[in-house]
Design a protein around this ligand. Structure first.
Ligand code: ASP
Length: 325
């Protein structure tokens, strides 16, 4: 467990109704979520995985964009906590019939959901829904904006492997421009005191990085030197408007994580990727599958624990848990 940030006296309740992003969270709030998630890791490794804290509650996963691991992870998390979990896929919803997002939100609210998990292609859509409903809303990724539970599961993975995140050098490399994972991780890791390096070809570096406490690189080899953690990102072609790279082959040559290139990082450097991976583009298979260095499957495992913790914490007020009213 990290030691560099103390929980302030009397702060035993997470002071937010929703989890829409990592931006603005205090270090102790992030550490509190991680500490709460830690307890579910052990349960998830047992053969019987049931906790009944959310018995009788309804969790709606409203996914307006494709997802494999995040949707499954939230579904498993809700079910392990005892909730009734309902998945709504945009392709089968009235969105296709022209319903506005606000009307959809009002409809979900009328069904008395106790928590709504939303993934949406537009940055800010999740905030819009949170403003219209009475229950906690969890952002499962909105456009290029934020993906807070991904950042929390990444932080939990790093913390369990490396201890205190404060002082670590963490390099995030890839399509930073279109990545909500990069943005949430930058907020999370810098808030916890890590030195964050961001590396991408110039067209994939957003201007907003100037306002974030990160070191920016276009040379991956230089960024890797001395890194304790290397986090690779997919080229998000579905969000690209035009060509940002000459070719995947050239991109791999300059920005792909190969076994040789990984040697430039710290000898114990961890390799991370949020998935889905494009093997042979941003990461080579022998690195992704290296059990000593790659934490990719562990990240997926931590995702369930983090989402169990978030669902539990955000419903404590409505469940009347003492100290949370
Ligand atoms: N799964 C992550 C996301 O939803 C990363 C990715 O798609 O590349 O943002």
């Amino acid at each position: 467990m990290a030691t560099s940030h103390q929980f302030p006296a009397g702060s035993d309740a997470f002071p937010h109704n929703h989890l829409l992003g990592i931006a603005g969270l205090q270090p102790w709030e992030i550490l509190f979520l991680l500490k709460e998630a830690e307890q579910w890791v052990d349960l998830n490794r047992k053969s019987s995985k049931h906790a009944n804290r959310l018995d009788g509650l309804t969790v709606i996963n409203a996914f307006f964009e494709n997802s494999t691991r995040t949707l499954l992870s939230f579904e498993i998390a809700g079910k392990r906590m005892g909730a009734d979990v309902v998945n709504m896929h945009a392709a089968q919803s009235s969105i296709k019939k022209g319903e506005t997002l606000i009307d959809t939100a009002v409809t979900l609210n009328a069904m008395k959901a106790d928590a709504i998990v939303i993934r949406h292609g537009s940055s800010g859509a999740v905030q819009l829904i949170a403003d219209k409903v009475d229950c906690p809303v969890l952002n499962a990724g909105d456009g290029r904006h934020e993906h807070p539970t991904q950042a929390l599961l990444d932080a939990l993975t790093i913390q369990r492997r490396k201890g205190d995140i404060s002082g670590l050098t963490i390099t995030i490399c890839g399509d930073v421009m279109h990545s909500r994972v990069a943005r949430s991780n930058i907020y999370c890791l810098t808030t916890l005191g890590a030195k964050v390096r961001v590396c991408a070809p110039a067209p994939l570096l957003p201007v907003a990085l100037d306002r974030m406490s990160v070191e920016v690189f276009t040379d991956f080899d230089r960024a890797l030197a001395g890194s304790d953690v290397v986090m690779m990102l997919r080229l998000q072609s579905e969000r690209m408007n035009g060509d940002f790279i000459p070719s995947p082959r050239e991109y791999h040559h300059l920005y792909g994580l190969t076994k040789e290139r990984l040697q430039l990082a710290d000898a114990d450097a961890l390799v991370m990727h949020p998935g889905p991976m494009n093997r042979g583009v941003e990461i080579d298979s022998d690195v992704a599958d290296d059990v000593d260095r790659s934490t990719i499957t562990e990240q997926v495992e931590m995702g369930v624990a983090v989402r169990m913790a978030c669902l539990d914490i955000l419903t404590r007020r409505s469940r009347g848990v003492e100290g949370w009213a």
